[in-house]
Write a protein that binds this ligand. Sequence first.
Ligand SMILES: C[S@@+](CC[C@H](N)C(=O)[O-])C[C@H]1O[C@@H](n2cnc3c(N)ncnc32)[C@H](O)[C@@H]1O
Length: 241
Amino acid sequence: MSYRYATERTDHSALASGQVLRSAPGFPGFPVRLASELLQRAMVHLGHERARLWDPCCGSGYLVTVLGLLHRDLLVHVRASDVDPDAVAIAARNLELLTAEGLAERERELRRSALDFGRVAYVERAEAARDLAAGLAVTGGDLPHESAVADVFALAEPVDADLVVTDVPYGEMTRWEGDIPQDPVHGLLSSMGRVLPERSVVVLTARTRRVQLPEGVRALERVKVGNRSAVLVRARDLTGI
Ligand SMILES: C[S@@+](CC[C@H](N)C(=O)[O-])C[C@H]1O[C@@H](n2cnc3c(N)ncnc32)[C@H](O)[C@@H]1O
């Protein structure tokens, strides 16, 4: 199976945080091209045509919403969870943008702001929402999604996801919360091994030089871009760690 790494020359301005997608102070975004590349690399390892995507540390839901809009054709479901209820509330609103109605409502809201504040920037953002809706319509239509408040370290029930893409806290804008183990990355990966189907692929990214894996866990692949690094691992290799 081959996927086009077609994101390099594409204009992603409509996906910038705070344009159509909602942002809030204290909720970091994520580089769109890197997100897209990581998803496509993970799809190759997964070997499925389509996947159910999950971000268990979703923050504002920016990462999974962008992936849903960019790669509707590769995804059948998107799940977003976070320990912070305020984050999940924003994520739920961003995930609504994975539907025609959600994007139409966002377009109407931005057009109202254009009238209220008399600023052309709102018209451009409204048009970006309209263009995203047109893109979604031709790549598969509404993308089913769900959001939940959950501590990634305390997950007990199986989760039906094939791909996890998650950007973990790095202390500047976001911190680990909840039932934090001594090594949070190890704890997160251990949870993934407990709740995911064995064949699933986990992409963990952080603002660090290199994501440290627990001893004995093999990386399927590593990616380094700027101040971020990512590692891809198979859920099967995370069972019992
Ligand atoms: C770097 S941010 C994620 C940003 C997100 N990818 C986005 O696109 O908005 C890390 C997130 O991890 C969350 N987090 C911290 N501890 C957690 C835990 N125990 N379980 C789940 N999420 C947690 C924080 O609340 C924060 O939203």
